[in-house]
Design a protein around this ligand. Structure first.
Ligand code: SF4
Ligand code: SF4
Length: 170
């Protein structure tokens, strides 16, 4: 009874190609959404370090001053937290796995000089804008204080005049 159940499947498989492949001779085809490894568009990175803080394995190192982003692929478990947390969306999880190796090493990425210069300029402009806003606020405050002082003096003068007139009438 059991044989009769499996016989059609067994016969079908006799004429099918093997489902296994000859990897690595034949390149692997990964499913579209497989979590292979983390990729970075390094020029989109602002070195905020959120990925480094969110990595449970401590596999990422961010150096803001140097503009570098390093990952130890041997420590990475492809959980995708860093990809989820990146505020600039410059990290992504792509297919294709880490090549095996005898020694651990880090993959290093460095932001281009143009990207670093553009960010420095952006920061400079933001600092100038903040300084101008601070100056305008201080000027406004000084103006308001001067106006309040002038008003108080004028009120005091008016009161003194009124008091003087009352005394003369008495
Ligand atoms: S995928 Fe997970 S383990 Fe790998 S670097 Fe990102 S946060 Fe760390
Ligand atoms: S979270 Fe994104 S922007 Fe921030 S350091 Fe990591 S990769 Fe760069």
């Amino acid at each position: 009874m059991g044989i009769m159940k499996f016989a059609p499947e067994a016969l079908k498989n006799l004429f099918k190609k093997p489902v296994t492949t000859t990897y690595p001779a034949e390149p692997a085809v990964y499913p579209e959404r497989s979590r292979g490894h983390v990729a970075i568009d390094v020029d989109g990175c602002i070195s905020c370090g959120i990925c480094q803080l969110s990595c449970p394995l401590g596999a990422i190192k961010v150096d803001k001053k140097e503009g570098t982003w390093d990952i130890d692929r041997f420590d990475c478990i492809a959980c995708g937290y860093c990809v989820e947390k990146c505020p600039k969306k410059c990290l992504s999880m792509v297919s294709g796995y880490q090549e095996p190796g005898r020694e651990k090493y880090e993959d290093k990425f460095r932001r281009s000089a143009e990207a670093m210069a553009a960010e420095a300029e952006k920061k400079k402009q933001a600092a100038l804008k903040a300084a101008a806003a601070k100056k305008a606020l201080a000027e406004k405050k000084a103006r308001e204080e001067a106006e309040a002082k002038a008003k108080a003096e004028s009120n005091a003068e008016a009161k003194a005049e009124t008091d003087g007139e009352k005394k003369t009438a008495e």
